[in-house]
Design a protein around this ligand. Structure first.
Ligand code: DC
Length: 224
């Protein structure tokens, strides 16, 4: 496999991006960068510091002064201005606020810059919505993961239940539909597959099967 391989994983919420990207990263011994965590950290900071999420200018000023660190350890802890926010960024409140913030060009410009810096550290698998189109357009391998809306909502609901949150499936499904719409219809970097992305529908497939498919695809890239 190419030493500095860059793998881009994009797709809607609940398509399995982070679970699959983490597993592939572990197998290949490369970095995993969860770009959604960065947008979530900014949304959380807005909520906590009472910056209304519809105030683009204020949010934009805050982003410039915010330090986000994604730990490259197994625990993959997320820090915002020195404080650990790994769990807090997964709350339904943050999930509801994040799409709005992710549509602001000033937020995207800053976070894309951070994401490219992360990718320069070496071989990486990065997941998000615009990795193959904007962040790493030269990525060696671009995968666009999808799954049926029902399966995606069910997976996200299970994830939330397993982390001890009490939410109903219908609530998760409605939030997800709204977020997908906002992410796909926004003017800047909408969620669309790159022209050269491979589209993988994960409905009915196990994590293991998808991971194996992706690993097989990375083997095409020779040492370099
Ligand atoms: O992958 P996630 O659900 O943690 O992403 C959180 C939000 O951030 C989601 O609404 C889409 C947005 N996002 C984005 O616009 N671009 C990215 N590269 C990653 C996430």
């Amino acid at each position: 496999m190419k030493k500095q391989i860059k793998v881009a994983i994009d797709g809607p919420a609940g398509a399995g991006k982070s679970t699959i990207a983490k597993a592939v990263a572990k197998r290949l011994g490369i970095f995993y960068v969860d770009t959604g965590a960065m947008y979530r950290a900014i949304a959380l900071k807005s909520l906590r510091s009472n910056i209304p999420i519809d105030q683009e200018e204020e949010v934009g000023q805050m982003v410039q002064k915010t330090e986000i660190i994604l730990e490259h350890s197994e625990a993959r802890r997320v820090f915002c201005d020195g404080e650990e926010v790994t769990e807090a960024i997964r709350s339904p409140e943050v999930s509801r606020a994040v799409s709005k913030i992710a549509a602001y060009p000033v937020v995207r410009d800053r976070l894309v810059q951070l994401q490219r810096q992360e990718a320069e550290r070496g071989a990486v698998i990065m997941d998000g919505r615009d990795i193959g189109t904007i962040v790493l357009p030269e990525a060696d391998l671009k995968i666009f993961l999808t799954a049926s809306p029902e399966e995606r909502a069910h997976r996200r609901w299970l994830e939330l239940c397993n982390s001890g949150r009490e939410v109903s499936l219908i609530e998760v499904q409605q939030d997800m539909e709204k977020r997908d719409r906002q992410d796909s219809e926004r003017e800047v970097s909408p969620l669309v597959p790159a022209n050269d992305a491979l589209i993988l529908d994960t409905t009915g497939l196990s994590i293991q099967e998808i991971v194996e498919q992706i690993i097989a695809l990375t083997l095409v890239f020779k040492e370099g």
